[in-house]
Ligand binder design. Structure first.
Ligand code: TXA
Ligand code: MG
Length: 352
């Protein structure tokens, strides 16, 4: 495994590895991706193997110029209304954390889409990702670079720890800025666009540009109190929207802000607060869980949701490695990217 930086020479080397069928982990603005040439079925098969990912869960194909879209999606099959929506979305949100699910071209290997007739496509804004895609074949299939079901990586070290031994190369481009995966939006003829996974672009932002958007990702929630109840399982609206996902190794329990404020403190457990607000009755100097990890972490002291998103996986990784017997996390306001954070915390949460 080769560890590279983000210089031009390093990215050229990584692109060569991709072009020769290798697997390269690289930074995007959301999370690190595990890249493979989207048109090389053998490389795609290795992605599934390395991640231990079920073959029914399709991959996102990453591009670095809008024109590449037509080599992957069958745009001719879209009606004029869909074409208009698509143009609006591309102009407003690309490059950025929005993945579009569109009818696929026949040339795209079935392995990339898990045999589905639609393909997910994203144009990331991270310049390292863009350079890598441009220098390779222009179409890089990349799931998040973590073992299936586990926490997504927002640093090269997270990838090293979990997949370092089984991939060919990692580009270290520093921490990811958004911190939560892209929003996955499905566009279909004669249908309202549907969010399959909440993410970096929220529903309000989408609706401001294209009008009504359906939320096909909703999990059971009651007035900000997220229910961790297996019986309330929502239908599997997207292949990758398994209820249990994005999870740390130790159990995670999700609490409303009110519950979190009054939770009894145990010194072998880890606590992840959204802001400083509900932490007022808590010990200011709690016992360290390990030399690097205080038992209480706060996603954003001032309650800034964007900052909270950027810290989410990083802090979950820290608590997961800290020796804590479990993690208690506070749910966030359902505003902006808070919706995507709650979705991830809910899916990470321990179901009895
Ligand atoms: O931000 C992101 O999207 C990151 C970075 C690396 O770009 N990638 C990522 O990929 O999160 P992954 O594989 O971990 O999640 C992709 C999601 C899954 O929920 C998958 O089921 C869904 O996108 N998806 C992919 N192709 C699809 C398709 N053809 N139809 C419906 N859902 C699809
Ligand atoms: Mg993932």
């Amino acid at each position: 495994m080769i560890k590279l930086g983000a210089s031009r020479i390093d990215i050229e080397r990584a692109a060569e590895i991709l072009n020769n069928g290798g697997l390269v982990a690289f930074p995007t603005e959301t999370v690190y991706g595990l890249g493979a040439d989207a048109f090389n079925p053998l490389s795609l098969a290795r992605v599934f193997k390395v991640k231990n990912r079920p073959h029914f869960d399709p991959l996102i194909i990453h591009i670095a110029k809008t024109n590449s879209l037509e080599h992957i999606a069958c745009l001719d099959s879209l009606d004029s209304h869909c074409r208009k929506l698509l143009d609006l979305l591309i102009n407003s949100f690309w490059p950025g954390p929005l993945t579009l699910v569109l009818p696929k071209r026949q040339e795209v290997p079935g392995l990339a889409t898990a045999g589905l007739p639609a393909v997910a496509i994203r144009f990331p804004s991270n310049p390292v990702a863009q350079a890598l895609i441009t220098l390779s074949t222009g179409a890089v299939a990349a799931p998040s670079a973590n073992p299936f079901g586990r926490l997504s990586p927002t640093r090269a070290e997270h990838v090293m720890e979990t997949l370092g031994n089984s991939i060919d190369c990692i580009i270290d481009g520093g921490p990811c800025q958004v911190g939560v995966e892209s929003t996955v939006l499905e566009i279909q003829n004669a249908g309202i666009p549907r969010i399959l996974r909440p993410g970096g672009i929220n529903r309000k932002q989408l609706e401001a540009i294209i009008g009504p958007v359906e939320d096909g990702s909703k999990i059971s929630q009651e007035k900000g109190n997220i229910q961790c109840d297996q019986n309330k399982t929502a239908a599997l609206s997207a292949p990758g929207m398994m209820q249990s996902h994005y999870a740390p190794v130790v159990p995670l329990f999700l609490h409303s802000p009110e519950e979190m404020a009054t939770l009894p403190y145990h010194d072998k457990e880890g606590y992840l607060f959204f802001s400083g607000k509900n932490r007022t009755q808590w010990p200011t100097n709690p016992v360290q869980l390990s030399s690097h990890c205080p038992a209480i972490l706060t996603l954003s002291e001032t309650g800034n949701i964007t900052e909270a998103a950027a810290n989410l996986y990083e802090y979950l990784h820290i608590l997961d490695r800290s020796g804590a017997s479990c993690i208690h996390a506070e749910s966030l306001p359902e505003e902006g990217i808070g919706e995507a954070i709650n979705d991830r915390l809910y899916r990470a949460c321990h179901k009895n």
